[in-house]
Design a protein around this ligand. Structure first.
Ligand code: COA
Ligand code: AMP
Length: 628
């Protein structure tokens, strides 16, 4: 099958195309119906299909001869430990832990929040929820208690699963006090907290609420797989929107399983038994899809890595992992490779390892900038692929379809639309723009399997946020263009979401935190270019009349406030005191103008601006700070 034929048939005969892909998996009841259209224009995939995702990912492989193959390899330079789980061992541990969840009355449809570092127990907890048909919501460990509390209140979990600590390079970060603080802040109270105690730090358990994982799991009977409908939710994953409140992206079970399984070969060229090393975190969508579910569904081996690209112990870390486990496919964010490049520009570390097994390198999470692409290609001699996707899509929207044909790489482009995604570039009035012209990147409905089905508990927000701007389309929130060959170039967000080291963050949320400080009269947060992290946030604040605080003291206070309210991962390090901010006559801050000033690009001053004289003064301050 050629790519154009595959792509066309995925759109023209969508139901038949996706039913065919569904047959590659083992269902309890194989779907006969491809999809049903919902009134909002999206599709409910495989409405008559029944399955269990943990069964497909583990039991099926054990029953079909993969029991002794490595399913998950845990490699942790921060604890100097390594552990291999065969498919059989992982299946047994998942069934055993599911038995514990069941004993705590977790059942199909119940929510379970997972707040864990990059240890195998995080994957086991996710798969155990899937085994019971419970809906997990993994919260990234770099988020502070307030963020965890917001997610607890929104998801209303029956139970929370955590570990005693995370380890960031050489810092042991106790998690349990953060969980306790979050539960204190939250209105909703999980009935139980299951804690995995790590050697590096022992958590204090509050009886009777808290349960020691290792102790309690011994005394239970393993749980069988619960049959779920393909349309039942598998997980909720919160992501940053433009407002302070994160959005709970809901993923279905059947459509996601099919999409991931299909993508393993199409996008990554991964065959069963191949080894995939996705250097991300289970707290992000990349971790859900390509550390946990995708590789296991396809019978591959996944590496779960608790470390950084540098400093654990050096810039050879990724290459060492690739050599140790004969990794075939490596996937991480461009920022990780920029970090490696900074420390080892000549690739001396890389030269110490045998990378002959490595076939391809993938990057996503932010645009793969051409210098990073070229450098990675040059020092590894491997093909390096950019591919574009979002928490909402759950799997790639644009990629090089290596499973059917490998297309030439064009620097700056995520290559071609993945089958199932009908990508259109739209002008503000909803008409399609010409090739090579920039516009809003939209996807014609219905979305293919695997994409979000709604926002948890908030269908209105789903419709308003994604389906209303361009009726009949899903708005991605990204801007970009298609060239004459149909290659898609994603140029950046068109909203107030920024991308810091491959992590998606809301500037609106940071503004809400800055505004909590008693000295702050008004504020704006924008993303500014950063050589390593792509973007970092910059706060601009106007202090209240009569406030005597120094710029330095205020910056320190606000940086600390953002760390404690959102988390260190927000990376807000700079706050500038300014006398004025550009606003419309109705008082709305013109963030776009601020971004243009910071980027040093042409500033388009709208006619609605209240006081244009503030522009020059801000230009000077921002260009001094950013250095252009
Ligand atoms: N738990 C607790 N804290 C965490 C954390 C976690 N899981 N992850 C990050 N943090 C903290 C870090 O310790 C750091 O804190 P500090 O300000 O006290 O030093 C802060 O959050 C920022 O972390 P990070 O963005 O990781 O910056 P860094 O300087 O430590 O490392 C990179 C820079 C580029 C090496 C790193 O960001 C990286 O590996 N990025 C890859 C991104 C990625 O995997 N993206 C997912 C999409 S594919
Ligand atoms: P997240 O939901 O955290 O995965 O972030 C998704 C956003 O990251 C997208 O909407 C894009 O803005 C950006 N992004 C991810 N991958 C790419 C890529 N390959 N090229 C350009 N932008 C990307």
């Amino acid at each position: 099958m050629s790519y154009p034929r595959e792509y066309e048939s995925s759109l023209q005969k969508a139901a038949a195309f996706w039913l065919k892909q569904a047959r590659d998996l083992h269902w309890f009841r194989e779907p006969q119906v491809g999809y049903e259209l919902k009134t909002n224009g999206t599709a409910a995939w495989y409405p008559d299909g029944q399955l269990n995702l943990a069964f497909m990912a583990l039991d099926y492989h054990v029953d079909n001869g993969r029991g002794e193959q490595a399913a998950l390899i845990y490699d942790s330079p921060v604890t100097q430990s390594k552990q291999v789980f065969t498919y059989r061992e992982l299946r047994d541990q998942v069934a055993q832990f599911a038995g514990l969840l069941k004993k705590q009355h977790v059942k199909k449809g119940d929510r379970v929040v997972i707040y864990m570092p990059m240890i195998p127990q995080a994957a086991i907890a996710m798969l155990a929820c899937a085994r019971l048909g419970a809906v997990h919501s993994v919260v990234f460990g770099g988020f502070a208690p307030h963020e965890l509390a917001v997610r607890i209140d929104d998801a209303q979990p029956k139970l929370l699963i955590t570990a005693s600590c995370g380890i960031e390079v050489d810092k042991v970060l106790p998690y349990k006090p953060l969980v306790d603080a979050a539960i204190d802040k939250a209105t909703h109270q999980p009935q139980q907290v299951i804690v995995w105690q790590r050697e590096q730090c022992s958590a204090t358990l509050q009886q009777p609420r808290d349960i020691d994982w290792a102790e309690a799991v011994r005394a239970v009977t393993p749980a069988e797989c619960t049959v779920v409908q393909a349309t039942d939710p598998l997980y909720i994953l919160y992501t940053s929107g433009t407002t302070g409140k994160p959005k709970g992206v809901v993923r279905d079970t059947g459509g996601y399983a099919v999409a991931l399984n299909y993508s393993m070969n199409l996008v990554y060229g991964v065959q069963p038994s191949d080894v995939l090393f996705t250097a991300s975190d289970v707290g992000w969508v990349v971790g859900h899809s390509y550390i946990v579910y995708g590789p296991l569904l396809s019978g591959a081996t996944s590496v779960l890595y608790e470390g950084k690209p540098v400093r654990t112990p050096d810039a050879g870390a990724f290459w060492r992992v690739c050599a140790d486990y004969q990794v075939n496919v490596l996937f991480s964010a461009p920022t990780a490779f920029r970090a490696i490049k900074k420390e080892d520009p000549q690739g001396h570390k890389l030269a110490q390892y045998d990378l002959s097994s490595l076939k391809r390198i993938y990057m996503a999470g932010e645009r793969l900038d051409p210098p990073t692409l070229e450098w990675t290609q040059a020092i590894t001699g491997k093909p390096v692929y950019d591919h574009w996707w979002q928490t909402e899509s759950g799997w790639p929207i644009c990629a090089n379809p290596v499973g059917v044909a490998t297309y030439p790489i064009k620097p700056g482009s995520a290559t071609l639309p993945v089958p199932g995604y009908d990508i259109r570039i739209l002008a503000p009035d909803g008409s399609e723009v010409a090739d090579n012209e920039q516009g809003a990147v939209a996807i014609k409905l219905p979305l293919p399997p695997g994409c979000l089905t709604t926002i948890w508990g908030n269908e209105e927000r789903f419709v308003a946020g994604y389906l209303t701007e361009f009726p009949g389309y899903y708005s991605t929130g990204d801007g970009g263009y298609k060239d004459d060959d149909g290659y898609v170039f994603i140029m950046g967000r068109t909203d107030d979401v920024i991308n810091v080291a491959g992590h998606r963050l809301s500037t609106g949320e940071m503004e809400a935190v800055l505004a909590m400080d008693s000295a702050v009269a008004e504020c704006a947060v924008i993303g500014i270019q950063d050589e390593l992290k792509g973007q970092v946030p910059l706060g601009l604040v106007i202090v209240k009349d009569g406030e005597q605080v120094s710029a330095q003291a205020l910056q320190e206070r606000l940086v600390q406030l953002v760390r404690s309210e959102i988390g260190a991962v927000a990376c807000l390090k700079q706050v500038l005191m300014v006398p004025r901010l550009p606003k419309t006559r109705s008082g709305k801050i013109l963030r776009r103008v601020l971004r243009q000033l910071a980027d040093g690009t042409e500033v388009v001053v709208p006619s609605t601006i209240d006081d244009p004289s503030c522009i020059d003064e801000l230009r000077e301050r921002l260009s001094h700070l950013v250095g252009h």
